[in-house]
Write a protein that binds this ligand. Structure first.
Ligand SMILES: Cc1ncc(COP(=O)(O)O)c(C=O)c1O
Length: 431
């Protein structure tokens, strides 16, 4: 256990969600951030062992981590890389997406789900969500694909928002009818599952997607600082992603044979070749070892998160009218990974703004966040596509009411009770 877990005054400011409230929390009680990593002595020892070894990067911990991830996820192939964003970018590169192509994703996501397409020059189309779940609305997707007579849309990127699987079977069937790839963004959802035709599928190992991306950022279930993985069953895509991960370099299938071979026609031991431009998206052995150690606790983390979510639902149900504060809907036949616990709050009914509620909660020692500002409202996308308020009404309606409560495995029952009591007080709700 991390002795500092939830320590007073600890803030979780992340690259994804910078902490803009500078004031230290004033509550005497321990500070409960909206998300935080869980680090054990075993994790520390795993890292130390790598530090004492010969390999800090490009060593044996990387394939070992990839293998263990593949076993957990049920994925035939795994390509570990430096972040979830890198995983999504590698997917776009491997598919060969470029300027004349388009992808579809939802506005209710972190920037990377859309940015990965822009990084290869492809254009981004958004489709609205179901405001009750935060997930891609399949009917909206069907309409967008149908309107794409020129078949410019080459990939669909559904996001398993908060840890709940989107409707992959339907999305996959629509995408395939359009001859588009499915790259699902499971950065929130390692270990999540859905049932389809009486069979359970775990994200990343399901037949209803071509590639799946995961993130190992500190607020995620497996927290290694920065890191990611992309899974697929397609060996050719794996080959390309491994090459793009490492500067476009390869040590086989040489084009310049004269340079590659010694006079006796054996391959020169130093020789490598770059046939296309790539990146340094490698993970280090330090991170991989930490990841392997954390993977052993993933089932525990999923179980804890699920129990915390049930407790929140019970407490919220008892404390509020469902028209005023309501957790996101969980669809039938889903195993939710609960990266986030999002509630929809009708702030107008309480006569108070969201920022004021967040500030009051922070004063009470409770960190909250908002996931997500709809991506089509980001200045970059407004400028590029002329998008603006009203374009994706469900995502916008969802956003106005969204608040993420603390969610991480170390939260206790007493913490959850304290959080809901504080929320009630912050909203000025009467008992
Ligand atoms: C839905 C989603 N996709 C992609 C990413 C990118 O992952 P990373 O931060 O590891 O680059 C994140 C980040 O947290 C995310 O929440």
């Amino acid at each position: 256990m991390n002795p500092e877990a939830g320590a007073e005054g600890k803030h979780t400011a992340t690259a994804e969600q910078p902490d803009r409230t500078n004031a230290a929390p004033v509550s005497e009680a321990k500070f409960l951030p909206y998300g935080r990593q869980h680090i054990t002595d075993d994790d520390i020892q795993a890292v130390v062992a790598v530090l004492k070894s010969d390999w800090l990067t490009q060593g044996p911990a990387i394939p070992a981590f990839e293998k263990k991830l593949g076993e957990f996820i049920g994925a035939p192939e795994t390509v570990a890389c430096s972040s979830g964003t890198a995983a999504l970018h590698l997917a776009m590169l491997a598919l060969g997406l470029r300027e004349s192509d388009e992808i579809v994703t939802t506005p209710n996501t972190f920037l990377s789900s859309a940015n990965c397409a822009r990084l290869v020059g492809a254009e981004v189309r958004f489709v609205d969500i179901d405001a009750a779940t935060g997930l891609m609305d399949v009917d909206s997707l069907a309409r967008v694909l149908e309107a794409d007579a020129e078949k410019k849309i080459k990939a669909v990127i559904p996001v398993h928002f908060a840890g709940q699987p989107a409707d992959l079977p339907q999305i996959y069937s629509l995408a395939k009818a359009h001859r588009a790839w499915v790259v699902d963004d499971a950065c929130h959802a390692i270990g999540a599952e859905y049932e389809y035709e009486n069979k359970a599928y775990r994200l990343g190992g399901s037949p209803h997607s071509d590639m799946t991306a995961f993130s190992f950022h500190p607020v995620k279930h497996v927290a290694i600082g920065e890191g990611g993985v992309i899974t697929t069953a397609n060996a050719e895509l794996v080959r390309r992603m491994r090459r793009f991960r490492n500067h476009g370099m390869q040590k086989e299938d040489f084009a310049e044979r004269e340079m590659a071979l010694s006079p006796d026609r054996s391959v020169n031991p130093w020789y490598y070749e770059m046939q296309e431009i790539g990146f340094n998206y490698r993970l280090t052995d330090i991170q991989a070892a930490l990841g392997m150690s954390q993977l052993t606790r993933l089932p525990w983390s999923l179980e804890r998160r699920s129990r915390i979510a049930s407790l929140y639902r019970e407490l919220i149900g008892r404390s509020f009218d469902s028209n005023t504060v309501r957790p996101l809907t969980v669809l039938p036949n889903r195993k939710h990974a609960y990266h986030l616990f999002v509630v929809q709050i009708n702030f107008e009914r309480f006569g108070i703004g969201r920022a004021a509620v967040m500030n009051r909660l922070r004063q009470a020692g409770i960190g909250t966040q908002v996931h997500y500002i709809p991506v089509h409202l980001q200045p970059y996308y407004r400028k590029r596509y002329g998008t603006g308020p009203g374009d994706f009404p469900q995502a916008e309606r969802y956003y106005v009411r969204a608040l993420s409560l603390p969610m991480y495995p170390d939260l206790t029952e007493a913490d959850c009770q304290r959080i809901i009591r504080a929320l009630k007080a912050a909203l000025g709700a009467t008992a």
